[in-house]
Design a protein around this ligand. Structure first.
Ligand SMILES: [Fe+2]
Ligand SMILES: [Fe+2]
Length: 346
């Protein structure tokens, strides 16, 4: 298997001058961040959207959540802790793995876009720290960070995800780069969402609304991240069609199915039929719907026959920029200048 060109030099005096010859990977950049002419306009546009979506986790009031956390039913608290622990893991692995991916990207505008994206993942990690400190009693905070040590299901999920990223870190071939991008795409586009829906379901019952507001901001970021990796994967297919052998394509589509199956099992495990207003079965339908959406966006046949979304109400939470008034009437600054960001053309 061909190895990637060496990690790009930090400053390459013999780099390509013609911006039209930029490549997602395998190019020959000087590494001057020349952004006046860009080849990948989607990267520039998504960078602007991500910057306009700036938010500060500590602006969300969580006092009520701290009281309500102690009043949750045992099943709700059990699920809350696990869902939180899993999203903490995901944003952690992205925060530490993305710089490695960025080291191989040879277009400055994509480099910039991924750096802002990487900042988001660190910000999400910061927001969970704030939620833990504000909502969860001191003696339980470490327990939630450490849940994977005792929860077999959680450990296996974390391991599987970490291994998909470790593969590229240990053996950085072009093909492994594509697989790592796919791993990131399904993480951003499928793995987070039963957790998101769970937090929104609690909020619909008037519980843990502050946590749900944090999640809304995170969700808004994740939607832009899905667009980033959709563009990278579709761009790589255009630039390097020979990489996408029938075998690799079959494997990539199988990764979407695998992600959906893991997420459905997780939903059944965490939520089952024990949470009011949400069932594991409905969540599984939601995951199938998302998996089909993600597959179509990459030109793959949907896996579950274009499964409809069984919980349309989730959109009233996830479309934060289209929310007329603050949904929860908290005084959170929405820095986003645009109220109607359309990601479809990206
Ligand atoms: Fe994130
Ligand atoms: Fe993300």
């Amino acid at each position: 298997m061909e190895r990637l060109a060496e990690r790009k030099r930090l400053f390459n005096e013999h780099g390509e001058r013609d911006w039209g010859k930029r490549r997602i990977i395998g190019g020959n950049p000087t590494n001057i961040m020349e952004l006046t002419n860009v080849k990948y306009e989607w990267a520039q546009k998504l960078s602007d959207i991500m910057l306009r979506n700036f938010w500060i986790p500590e602006e969300v009031p969580l006092l009520d959540d701290a009281k309500q956390y102690l009043e949750l039913t045992a099943d709700e608290q059990w699920a809350y802790d696990r869902m939180l622990s899993f999203v903490i893991f995901m944003d952690s692995i992205l925060t530490v793995s993305m710089p490695n991916l960025i080291n191989y990207v040879t277009a400055p505008e994509i480099n910039m876009c991924l750096s802002i994206h990487n900042f988001h993942e660190a910000l999400h990690s910061k927001s969970y720290g704030y939620v833990l400190e504000s909502v969860v009693p001191a003696e339980r905070r470490q327990y939630i960070y450490d849940l994977w040590r005792e929860d077999r299901q959680l450990l296996e999920r974390n391991r599987y995800i970490a291994n998909t990223f470790q593969l590229f870190a240990d053996n950085p071939t072009d093909e492994h780069f594509v697989r790592a991008c796919m791993a990131q795409y399904v993480l951003e586009g499928i793995y987070f969402y039963s957790g998101f829906a769970f937090f929104y379901a609690l909020a619909r019952m008037g519980k843990m609304k502050g946590t749900a507001t944090e999640i809304q901001f995170i969700n808004r970021d994740e939607i832009t991240h899905v667009a980033v990796f959709q563009n990278i994967l579709n761009g790589l297919r255009q630039e390097r069609p020979q990489l996408f052998t029938p075998q690799l394509d079959a494997d990539l589509r199988a990764m979407i199915r695998q992600a959906a199956e893991h997420e459905m099992a997780w939903a059944a495990y965490c939520v089952g039929n024990r949470i009011q207003g949400l069932s594991g079965e409905v969540l599984q339908g939601y995951v199938k719907h998302l998996a089909d959406q993600r597959a179509r966006a990459l030109g793959f046949e949907p896996l579950y026959g274009n499964h409809p979304n069984p919980i349309k109400w989730v959109e009233s939470f996830s479309n934060l920029n289209q929310t007329k008034a603050d949904f929860f009437e908290t005084r959170v600054t929405n820095y986003a200048k645009s109220t109607n960001i359309d990601l479809d053309d990206l």
